[in-house]
Design a protein around this ligand. Structure first.
Ligand SMILES: [Zn+2]
Length: 436
């Protein structure tokens, strides 16, 4: 996100540098100074990816009554990726209870947005009751949390994150240069006028990337009621759609907007931008995870949160632009957004009651396996092709009918033309006889 602003700032930056360089040459000054220094990763505040995952693994081992973890691995064409998924469920044997409210949260889909994975760790620490939010009553919050199953993906793009840690501080794509938030199938591959492959490369096909394939499987099997894709680069609370400048119609849209307005008021001090990703951010994004979750997985509430951005920073200085660099801001961001997520956890069961009262989208009604999904998809695709074939056949029949009519009318015209000529030929002498 925040691509357009980043690009325009970058263009302005390049332009200013060139003008400045030209002026220097013109007035024959000393050689160009060194480029402005870029802010390095603040290792006092941020964990390395290895350390962060180890912290999470230790947390899971200390709280086996609440947390479990699994590692999924897959790969193709010599590229391998793995996904760590942490499941929070206060009574572990209820982990597969389909009557509970299910929440799926993903962090670190873009490599350079380190702060998001720190937020994942903070949320898991609070869920384990090793850290606490101010103004949080543990008893009432436990009764709320009893009704939930929360799955957290702390670092979706581990390979991309490693590139950032190795010094490529502006990298947002995965380990082979694909933007994981453009690799999903809804409106995949469409390119805007200012398309930049260094930022938004959608891959060779929808779900070409192992990371997206694993996330899709996870989402379809878990079948969440809420999905949040957590990013940084600005402060915003987005709902579908990213690929068009509108929000969905009716109740789902209303329900999502109400939740976001409440979060903005209480936890974002009304600073956050709200609305459809495509309508609010200034550019359309095609093939995003949130659009897929809403349109295909049919998650009733699907969001993208942007938790921090430094609008004053040069777009080249990526670490500073996407991540807080001082202790106070770092803690403020983690506290504010942990509180926002716990507000979602608190409001979620009420949303579930509302959804179940409407008799739709309950776990039992909605749960499908990936095989069922793929079967459904293939059937739908076959039907779609058959429908296209039908339309084509109908069109051909129409063309044939029109062609026959055209031939018939041509023959009729020819006949009329010929009969007219022959009539004139025979009537002319009579006319001359009649003339004076
Ligand atoms: Zn992002």
């Amino acid at each position: 996100m925040a691509l357009v602003r980043r690009r325009s700032i970058f263009r302005l930056y390049c332009f200013s540098i060139s003008v400045f360089a030209c002026l220097r040459i013109f007035i024959n000054c000393e050689p160009d100074p060194a480029p402005p220094s870029l802010t390095p990763i603040n290792r006092d505040l941020y964990h390395s990816s290895g350390d962060l995952m180890e912290q999470i693994s230790n947390l899971v081992h200390r709280h086996p009554d609440k947390l479990t973890t699994e590692t999924i691995k897959t790969g193709n064409k010599g590229y391998n990726a793995e996904l760590n998924v942490v499941t929070y469920c206060r009574n572990r044997k209820d982990g597969d209870d389909r009557t509970k409210f299910r929440i799926l949260l993903s962090f670190g889909q873009h490599g350079r947005e380190l702060i998001t994975s720190e937020l994942a760790l903070r949320i898991l620490s609070i869920l384990s009751e090793e850290q606490f939010l101010s103004n949080m009553d543990p008893t009432s919050s436990n009764s709320v949390l009893d009704k939930l199953v929360i799955k957290v993906v702390p670092m979706e793009n581990m390979n991309g994150r490693k590139l950032v840690e190795d010094g490529d501080l502006c990298e947002r794509r995965n380990g082979r240069g694909v933007d994981l938030n453009r690799n999903w199938s809804v409106d995949w591959g469409k390119k805007e006028k200012d398309y930049d492959p260094h930022e938004e490369n959608p891959g060779t096909a929808p779900f070409s990337e192992p990371e997206s394939q694993m996330m899709r499987k996870l989402a379809i099997s878990f079948d969440p009621h809420i999905w949040v894709n957590v990013h940084s680069g600005m402060e915003a609370l987005f709902m579908p759609y990213d690929h068009k400048n509108t929000t969905p119609d009716g109740l789902p849209s209303e329900r999502m907007r109400r939740l976001l307005e409440e979060l903005n008021k209480v936890h974002c001090q009304k600073r956050c931008m709200i609305g459809s990703g495509g309508g609010s951010v200034g550019y359309l994004a095609h093939g995003t995870a949130t659009d897929y979750m809403f349109d295909v997985v049919r998650v009733p509430m699907a969001f993208t949160f942007e938790i921090y951005g430094d609008a004053e920073t040069s777009s080249k200085d990526c670490f500073k632009m996407f991540n807080p660099v001082d202790h106070a801001t770092f803690n403020r961001v983690l506290n504010d957004w942990s509180a926002a997520f716990f507000a979602i956890f608190r409001m979620a069961p009420h949303q579930l009651d509302e959804i179940q009262a409407k008799g739709s989208l309950s776990g039992a009604d909605k749960g499908i396996s990936i095989d069922e999904y793929l079967d459904g998809y293939l059937i739908e695709r076959t039907q779609r092709y058959e429908k296209k074939k039908e339309v084509l056949d109908f069109g051909m029949q129409e063309i044939r009918t029109y062609f026959r009519l055209f031939l018939l009318s041509s023959v009729l015209l020819m006949f009329m033309f010929c009969s007219r000529i022959s009539k004139n030929k025979y009537s002319r002498p009579i006319a001359s006889v009649m003339s004076p």
